[in-house]
Design a binder for this molecule. Structure first.
Ligand SMILES: Cc1ncc(COP(=O)(O)O)c(C=O)c1O
Length: 410
């Protein structure tokens, strides 16, 4: 298929694109990737500083992950979750070790982990499970979930209701009930929403889609206190910020808190769809057989990929890679024209620009071979592979500099 075939502006019966237009009309078709580089169907090379939206932490087509997936594909791809398969148990123990910090070396997982894991396939599904778990484990009719304004938790109905972005709700109202939103990082606003029906406070330790806004220790500690005082769950959405992205295994670990539930997705399969929810054992024990399920959740292919991803992240010290990459990238961004500030943690950054120009800048950058993500209208988000070399950071920054110089101010 030529790249023209995916340019679906015209909507006659003959030319209509078979894909629903929820992401707008794509202008490029990618056919190959390697590390931080991508090639389109015309052979043009791009630097990918979006990283599949924080998925490709080890880089595109990581050879070790590809081998783990293809070896597994020749052996066993899926059986029902009525039976155990080879990797799920190991991945769950490893996630427990990285979340709790108990057991310090690979394979030294405690045989009796502090938490339990449910595997699913996407971030929204992980959050859905967390909401159900909050309702069931708190009991006493507690069902309300509190999330921050500006937060993003996915696109299924409950995950959408949890998003603190009312404009995303409007076309689909009425939303499922029981979701309330407090001002980001404002303890008083949060406390004012707590009632005897509250089941959980659900927080992104670094808001991603909302524009890359890291939380802080004061707020996160207050969430911890309020949840234990009120008998509600402290849940973190680490779908984007988890798995080394911010310079630690999980972003909540920057703030010295211990959540009850951790939602994980994106980087876990480095491109193979797999997600997970970890919960403290006492919380997880609220679920009985039949309370939740997923035909594909924790399948042998996804867990083979995740096992390899976790092994590589630990062996090659990905938390440190993310910190170094973040330091270099943020210093380089601050040197660019029209960048007024840089925020974020590790390899999850946003550069605030001097006007509502990020969509234009991202478009021009793509035309010049650099992919970046324009959110919100005044900022550009960067979630490159954490394996990105410093040479490629230099190359990306010189493309962006050219674009920023050329683009008129708004
Ligand atoms: C913090 C967070 N939660 C949930 C989601 C939804 O994940 P998915 O698109 O895999 O359903 C995202 C996606 O960007 C996210 O960033």
């Amino acid at each position: 298929m030529s790249s023209h075939a995916i340019n679906m502006g015209a909507e006659s019966e003959q030319t209509r694109c078979p894909i629903m237009p929820t992401y707008g009309a794509p202008s490029v078709m990618f056919v190959r990737g390697q590390g931080t580089e991508l090639w389109d169907s015309q052979g043009k090379r791009y630097l990918d500083f979006v990283g599949g939206l924080a998925v490709q932490s080890l880089g595109h087509a990581n050879p070790e992950v590809a081998e783990a997936i293809s070896e597994q594909a020749m052996k066993l791809t899926q059986v029902s979750n009525y039976w155990a398969t080879e990797h799920a148990h190991h991945v769950a123990l490893e996630l427990d070790r990285h979340i709790t910090g108990v057991g310090s070396s690979p394979g030294s997982e405690s045989e009796s982990p502090s938490g339990q894991v449910f595997f699913c396939n996407s971030g929204a599904e992980a959050n859905e499970l967390a909401f159900k778990l909050a309702r069931k484990s708190t009991g006493n009719g507690q069902f309300e979930i509190l999330t921050a304004m500006g937060s993003f938790h996915g696109r299924t109905l409950a995950a959408l209701a949890a998003c603190g972005q009312p404009h995303k709700h409007e076309p689909f109202e009425p939303m499922p009930s029981g979701f309330y939103h407090f001002e980001r990082d404002e303890p008083n606003s949060l406390e004012a929403l707590m009632t005897s029906s509250t089941a959980a406070i659900h927080v992104e330790p670094v808001q991603g889609e909302g524009g890359v806004w890291p939380s802080n220790e004061t707020f996160m500690s207050r969430v911890q206190e309020l949840s234990s005082e009120h008998g509600v769950l402290f849940m973190v959405d680490e779908v984007q910020s988890g798995l080394c992205r911010t310079g630690k295994w999980f972003a909540f670990q920057h703030f010295g808190v211990k959540p009850d539930v951790v939602c994980i997705a994106k980087a876990l399969g480095n491109g193979f769809p797999i997600a997970a929810v970890w919960a403290r054992a006492e919380v997880a024990s609220a679920f009985q057989a039949g309370d939740h399920g997923s035909t594909y959740g924790g399948n042998p292919l996804g867990t083979a990929a995740a096992r390899k991803v976790l092994e590589i992240m630990e062996r090659d010290n990905y938390p440190q890679k993310a910190s170094i990459l973040g330091d270099v990238l943020s210093a380089a961004l601050l040197d660019l024209p029209r960048v007024i500030s840089v925020r974020g943690m590790g390899g999850m950054l946003a550069a605030e620009l001097d006007g509502d120009v990020s969509a234009d800048i991202a478009l021009q950058a793509a035309q010049n071979g650099l992919l970046v993500n324009p959110i919100p209208p005044t900022a550009i988000r960067f979630t490159p592979p954490l394996s990105t070399s410093l040479d490629l950071v230099d190359e990306a920054m010189s493309i962006l500099k050219g674009v920023l110089h050329a683009q008129p101010s708004s």
